[in-house]
Ligand binder design. Structure first.
Ligand SMILES: Cc1cc2nc3c(=O)[nH]c(=O)nc-3n(C[C@H](O)[C@H](O)[C@H](O)COP(=O)(O)OP(=O)(O)OC[C@H]3O[C@@H](n4cnc5c(N)ncnc54)[C@H](O)[C@@H]3O)c2cc1C
Length: 403
């Protein structure tokens, strides 16, 4: 049986960031990352799923939380390095417009702007309409128009890039599902679904929503359904919307509390889509049993959800929202897709030591794609050195366990 110094479990956004940092900072260690590739057909797949099977994730520094602002800033600083070291492009600097008709949140975002100084301009509703004439906002809106490195990343190619650099630096990639971990003496045995096992002196678990399926002592890590709408647009519409930024809005509206939207992005089917979702409303609109997925014990309970087309009530709201926000939008077609969001108890990721040799970096809270490199780095450094390598307070990232 092969024994590694460190095995990262979960080949998603955070795990891929972790393995690259391990490969760069711990050149003498024998390291691997374990995780399945994206399924070719989600409607027939019966293994684990992930939160990153998509072409776009918004990236920006401005945030109501200074912690998330810091994680984003540190990660964004690495994008160009990762692109040049891997030769794989994933970063699109189209800007990010954050708009709200809830001005009481403005101070917290301004404070993060002041602390981290990303380039941005404050706009009122008229300013938004002047810069982005195809968008419509009511007079109550105030906005932050972040430029510079803000925009979106392609999560699939970011993972490819991280893994390419890690592999070039000697890391092994094991394209399998970890079935169970067994701690014995000084080594941890990882049983793989196809029957093999490997051993590692230490492991870092970054299995996203499935993290609890590998742990005896469960974390507070609620996993929630999330429905997204993809609006197909033709080349004329792409041309008309060519200056569209990524958009994040929060509303006082009773049904739609928030909305995020990406500009037209090309997908592997050769078509171009505007993608949008809403974080705020499902809690109120859906009964809890439809909203939560119990991924504490089994990785198969969510399969029905991933074979579905998302919650159609939510999709209906997203459809009317996108037409409200983009003037005269010409949609060729609509597609709805189910996804998974994983939350922590305190709203920051869990980056912590669980037991002798067992570490975790997980809990994206719907916001970790852009910041996955830094979250992965902090998990990697903690796992390799038992040191917390950040100006952020380590206590804000401690695990919270189910009672
Ligand atoms: C629709 C949607 C839109 C989003 N938009 C944004 C956005 O605009 N900006 C942003 O920053 N964030 C966004 N997010 C959040 C972001 O995508 C997640 O926070 C991020 O993917 C979390 O990374 P992760 O590595 O924890 O999990 P994942 O990316 O889900 O990776 C976990 C990995 O673990 C693997 N795994 C699971 N179980 C096992 C096992 N037993 N053995 C081995 N491997 C296993 C899975 O295969 C998967 O690859 C969005 C999320 C969704 C769903």
């Amino acid at each position: 049986m092969t024994t590694y110094d460190i095995a990262v479990i979960g080949k998603g956004l955070i795990g891929a960031g972790a393995i690259r940092h391990l490969s760069l900072t711990q050149p003498d260690l024998n390291i691997c990352i374990i995780g399945p590739d994206e399924p070719e057909n989600r409607k027939t797949h019966d293994g684990v799923f992930a939160s990153h099977y998509d072409q776009g994730r918004i990236t920006r520094v401005l945030d109501p939380s200074p912690t998330w602002g810091n994680l984003a800033r540190q990660s964004i600083k690495q994008y160009a390095l990762i692109e040049s070291a891997s030769g794989i492009q994933f970063h699109h600097k189209v800007g990010c417009l954050r708009a709200t008709d809830l001005p009481e949140k403005a101070d917290t975002i301004d404070a993060v702007g002041e602390a981290f100084s990303p380039p941005y301009t404050r706009l009122d509703a008229t300013g938004c309409s002047t810069k982005y004439p195809f968008l419509q906002f009511s007079d109550e809106f105030t906005a932050w128009d972040e430029t510079g490195d803000a925009g979106y990343i392609n999560p699939r190619t970011l993972i490819q890039a991280q893994l390419k650099v890690a592999e070039d630096n000697g890391a092994t990639i094991i394209r399998e599902i970890a079935e169970a971990i067994v701690q014995e003496n000084d080594a941890i045995t990882i049983n793989l679904r196809e029957g093999d096992s490997i051993q590692a002196k230490k492991i870092l678990i970054s299995a996203g929503g499935y993290t609890n399926t590998l742990l005896d002592r469960k974390l507070v890590l609620p996993t929630k359904t999330h429905s997204i709408l993809k609006v197909e647009v033709d080349s004329d519409e792409v041309q008309r919307l060519k200056s569209m930024p990524s958009i994040i809005t929060t509303f006082s509206h009773p049904n739609v509390k928030s909305l995020y939207m990406l500009p037209p992005v090309e997908y592997p089917d050769g078509k171009t889509y505007i993608k949008l979702g809403s974080d705020g409303n499902p809690d109120e609109l859906l009964p809890a049993k439809q909203h939560f997925l119990d991924l504490t014990k089994s990785d198969t309970t969510a399969i029905g959800w991933f074979h579905s087309d998302g919650h159609l009530d939510i999709i209906k709201i997203l459809k009317s929202s996108v037409h409200n926000m983009i003037r005269d939008l010409k949609a060729v077609n609509y597609e709805s897709v189910p996804c998974l969001l994983t939350y922590t108890d305190h709203g920051n990721p869990y980056i912590d030591k669980l037991d002798n040799g067992i570490y975790v970096a997980t809990g994206g809270n719907g916001a970790a794609a852009k910041s996955s490199d830094e979250i992965g780095r902090l998990g990697a450094m903690l796992c390799a050195t038992d040191q917390w390598d950040s100006e952020l307070n380590q206590d804000n990232f401690r695990c919270v366990y189910m009672s």
